[in-house]
Design a protein around this ligand. Sequence first.
Ligand SMILES: [Zn+2]
Length: 229
Amino acid sequence: MLAALRARSQPFARIEADLIAPAGLRSAATARAATDAAGHPDSVLLHLSGDTQVSASIVIRGIPYQGAHGLAGTFGHVPIVPDGVRCACGQRGCLATVAAPAIVLARAELDDFAHVYGRRAAIAELAERIVAAEDRARWAWLDAAHWIGRTLQAVIPTLDPDVVVVGGWWGPFAADIEASFRDNRPTIGGGALDGLPAFTTARPGDPDGYAGARAQARDRLRAVLAASV
Ligand SMILES: [Zn+2]
């Protein structure tokens, strides 16, 4: 990926030559998660977002966890819908096939609106219509929230996070996601299974993850400088 960036951007290649530490790439989801993880330094944090695609990031006590192959948190490609439609990734029934923004906008009959005004404006319109309880928008969202919650029923017992941060346009509707998640919980375990994560909404103001990326770059630079003393 870095090699492709160098080939496409001469300014990047020139700047890279002057960097003290090697350049690192982070997904926007990971960068956004870093912004929220700053408020939960001792937690296992699962950060969800559905703005550009369905994504998640895991931050364990301040450190982004990307897994053995960089695939941890590929939330959108959990194949949750039995016999579902084919996803762009090749699997059937991925969460992205029922909860990606383009799908929810189409179900809410806002795909033409998105074509004219752009996806971000269409999502803002969708959110307004959901709040106003417009039938089609509300139905489109609640169907997506149902599948997001079903996916969390598999992911949360696997990861056991302290906190689930719901980011982007999903944030104001986090209660719908939590309600769907809680809809199918174990009833045994003598209380041991009651350790549910807290659901919170992401901090506003960093929709593209720039602040989180800056914070991560700053931490990395400090570590490099400390190691060189
Ligand atoms: Zn997929």
